[in-house]
Design a protein around this ligand. Sequence first.
Ligand SMILES: [Fe+2]
Length: 233
Amino acid sequence: VTHALIFQQLFECQSSTYTYLLADDISKEAILIDSVLETVDRDLALIRELGLTLKYVLDTHIHADHVTGAGEIRKRTKAKTVVSKKANVDCMDIPFSEGDEISFGPFKIKALFTPGHTDSCLSYYCEGMIFSGDALLIRGTGRTDFQGGSAEALYDSVTLKLFKLPPETKVYPAHDYKGFTTSTIETEMKYNPRLGGGKTKDQFIEIMADLKLAYPKKIDVALPANKACGIVE
Ligand SMILES: [Fe+2]
C-alpha cells in the first residue's frame, strides 16, 4: 500500500495565522499545527468531513498575537497537545525538544529547536516541508523584542539550522501578511531581506534593532491564555 499525505493550509484572517492540517490517507490519523481559538469549529468540521482522527495538535511557540485552539480542541477530541518543553506550559501533554518526533500513520514530524523569536520556538519538519513558525517567515522573520527573543539566537537558528535543510524544502510559516502562502529554503536564502543573500549576523542584529514595531495588540490576553493551552477564563 502506498500512503499519501493529506495536506491543507488554513488561514485565520484577524491574526493572519496559518493552521496546517496533515493526515495519512489510509489510517486517517491527522495532526494540526498552530490552531487558532476562533477557527476551532472550522478545523474540527473539516477533520470530521474528511473522516480523519486528530491525534496531535502542535504549537510552534507561545503565540503573542492569537490564542491557541489547542486546549479547546483537546476538550472536544482525543488529541494530545504538543508544545516546546522550554515554554514551561503545565497543561501540555507532550513537551517537545530538538529531535523529538511524533507519527501519524507512517509519517513522522520532527522538532527542530529554533529559538530567537521567543526563547522556546520549535520548527517542525515533515516530508520535505518545514513548518517554521515565526522563526522564518516568507521574506521576513518574527520579531525578537519580546518573550525572551534574541536577534543573535534567531540568526543562528535560521542560518545554522533551517538554511541547512535541503534547498527545495518548502517553507510553511505561521503567518503571512502579504498573501504569500509558501516559499522554499533556497528562495529565502537568496531573497530574505533580513538574513538572506549572505547577510551577516551583525547586519541582522542591526535590522532587527531598527524595526520600531508597535506593541503586539493581543499580547496581554494571548500570553497568559496560551500558557494555559488557550483556555481563557
Ligand atoms: Fe509569534
